[in-house]
Write a protein that binds this ligand. Sequence first.
Ligand code: FAQ
Length: 310
Amino acid sequence: MFPTATETSFQEKVDQDLNIEPKDHMPENYRLHLIRQISQHAHSEVIGMQPEGNWITRAPSLRAKQILLAKIQDEGGHGLYLYSAAETLGISREEMIEQLHSGKAKYSNIFNYPSLTWADIGAIGWLVDGAAIVNQVSLQRTSYGPYARAMVRICKEESFHQRQGYEIMAKMMKGIPAQREMAQDAMNRWWWPALMMFGPHDSDSPHSGNAFKWKIKRKSNDELRQRFIDKTVPQAELIGLAIPDKDLKWNEAKQGYDHGEINWAEFKQVISGNGPCNKQRMAHHVKYHEEGAWVREAGAAYSKQIQENK
Ligand code: FAQ
């Protein structure tokens, strides 16, 4: 089959680095690909509020509590921009939430691990937001306009999140031995899941082919993972944290670090619903979604009344 004129003009726009906007023609598979990725990204932001929310009432100072509250609120906001961006592709918020609850839509592996100590809040900000930024900076140039624009704002906020996490880790590393141990323990538990956030190796990434053709992805899973490692290792060394990877070493020829193999069996378990906290995360989301039904109903009734009185 030869491509139609509209398909050709779509690909030409992509090739010329022009954004695709909601009313432009787009192939059906491009639309579905974006709905999958953007909605999963949105779900990740919202489910990602849970591990940190666990520590709001136990933050060690009022300052730390205020910062954590603001950060978690930002993550909720990111979810909202992203749900809105996905809605421009013709899917409703209700459908997306239904796909999350039924397990059809994934969310990031990382949020299925427990946050056991205050150092985990440092590790989440530093490593998880740090990994998210590396991925999202490249998505600022993704081909779909609403997604690219959402990323610009999100990246600004994530960089503040990354710094607050690093500050917590740096402070703990200057503390008593028990605090340093706590920080190292958090590092040991979050490092590998953070590397998994970038997705499978390029050779095992089924969506990458179309994602590159359509410039949804600008950098590959492995390229971004490498960038994150190269950026983070010196930060860890600076504050005295060890990277829990015996195979990690500087490779002069590639001007980057070589690293040990990721446990892909664990990754597969976690993203198929069998991680340490998957069931808890989903039960929490379902419970509060149901309890919040009256707010959505009141909002809908109010907006109907406004429309009728116009
Ligand atoms: N977790 O073919 P690929 C954040 C799935 S935001 C779970 O390589 P693709 C902020 C993938 O969906 C973090 N599943 O897929 C924050 C696919 O399954 P499917 C979220 C994963 O899309 C901080 C299958 O594996 N960021 O943290 C993961 O080309 C702190 C095959 O994979 C984004 O979502 C994973 N890590 O590349 C919030 C960024 N990786 O859909 C609160 C946008 C892969 O066929 C607190 N997304 N899978 O069932 C992306 O850039 C891409 O979607 C990738 C995956 C790179 C994640």
